[in-house]
Design a protein around this ligand. Structure first.
Ligand code: UDP
Ligand code: MG
Length: 324
């Protein structure tokens, strides 16, 4: 079988009731493209029997390619594995619970054919999610947008199409705390959004309780900015400034007033000053740690969209020989 044009990747964690419909809707949509496609189902350590359904689907249809994890590694890692195994020219990441309607894939593909390398789906409306989930999600995205250096488009999740050229770069980024939507924004290239209405979960419950949302937010902030480290330094400088103001007040009181508050003030002043100095020191340490972290991530220094071919042209050596 030749390499497919499209790869659809769905991470699966206990999605027993959603799998058959996911397969049905994805294949119906993808058959309309009249191109070869594959569906990679990454089983992220399901314990509800999803694994058997995945095996069954794969046995029925060779276009379904299962990747079965030994245990639960988390959503972002599951998608990463799917991207590693993908063979398509364009790769679409979709949630297995049908919150991302497979029909939207056709619109993503349309933009890809127009020449966009990253087409992300933007949620205009969300159905069937609690007030709490909506508010926390919205706060989450706004905060991340403000803080991080790479501008991840608002109201987007992982539902997106990525062209092979951009995918190869993302696949090279092997950092462990992974925020794919951030990495997708980081690589650049021609990007565009397509709006869609996020549906309610077809069956089952969210696997993203508040605890995991917070972890995701922490990963996004620490993975794409050094904001928390800068806060240390800013706080330290603020405290030192405050202690200097107190020093002035202290001196004024000591010289001009007989009012004996000076001892209390002196104690405060010293404490605040020391705390400030310590915070600045921690900020400086943090800056170095931040640099180590940047190096450890080992991201590519630059990404070329168009350039001369760097790979060795097999005829080049022959030409060199001929010339000598
Ligand atoms: N998922 C996964 N591993 C996990 C948690 C979730 O592969 O540890 C998958 C899940 O099966 C679904 C997708 O990630 O296909 C999104 O999860 P969910 O729908 O629970 O998140 P939400 O849409 O509520 O943010
Ligand atoms: Mg969901």
């Amino acid at each position: 079988m030749s390499d497919p044009v499209f790869t659809i990747i769905a991470p699966i964690y206990n999605e027993l009731e959603n799998l058959p419909l996911l397969y049905a809707r994805v294949s119906e949509v993808m058959n309309q493209t009249n191109e070869e496609w594959e569906l990679i189902l990454v089983d992220d350590g399901s314990r509800d029997g999803s694994t058997d359904i995945i095996r069954k689907l794969a046995a029925q249809d060779p276009r379904v390619r299962p990747v079965i994890f030994a245990r639960n590694f988390g959503h972002q890692i599951a998608v990463t594995a799917g991207m590693d195994y993908s063979r398509g020219q364009a790769v679409v990441i979709i949630d297995a619970d049908l919150q991302d309607p497979p029909e939207v894939i056709l619109e993503l593909i349309k933009k890809w054919r127009e020449g966009y390398q990253v087409v992300y789906a933007v949620r205009t409306e969300r159905e069937g999610e609690s007030w709490f989930k909506l508010t926390t999600a919205s706060l989450f995205y706004k905060m991340i947008y403000k803080i991080t250096d790479v501008k991840m488009p608002l109201n987007t999740g992982d539902f997106r199409l990525i062209d092979r050229q951009a995918l190869e770069i993302i696949n090279q980024m092997r950092e462990r705390s992974r925020i794919l939507r951030g990495m997708g924004a980081w690589v650049g290239f021609k990007q565009i959004g397509v709006e869609y209405k996020r549906a309610a979960r077809h069956a089952g419950q969210t696997h993203y309780p508040l605890k995991k949302m917070i972890k995701l937010a922490m990963n996004a902030v620490t993975g794409f900015s050094t904001f928390p480290l800068q806060m240390l330094t800013t706080g330290g400088v603020g405290l030192v400034a405050l202690s200097l103001i107190l020093l002035v007040i202290y001196l004024c009181l000591a010289v001009f007033s007989r009012f004996d508050l000076t001892y209390v003030l002196a104690a405060w002043l010293t404490m605040i000053f020391l705390a400030g100095i310590l915070l600045i020191g921690m900020g400086v340490l943090g800056e170095y740690i931040g640099r180590i972290y940047e190096e450890a991530k080992g991201r590519p220094l630059y990404i070329v969209a168009e350039g001369p071919d760097k790979s060795l042209d097999p005829t080049r050596l022959d030409r060199v020989k001929e010339n000598n």
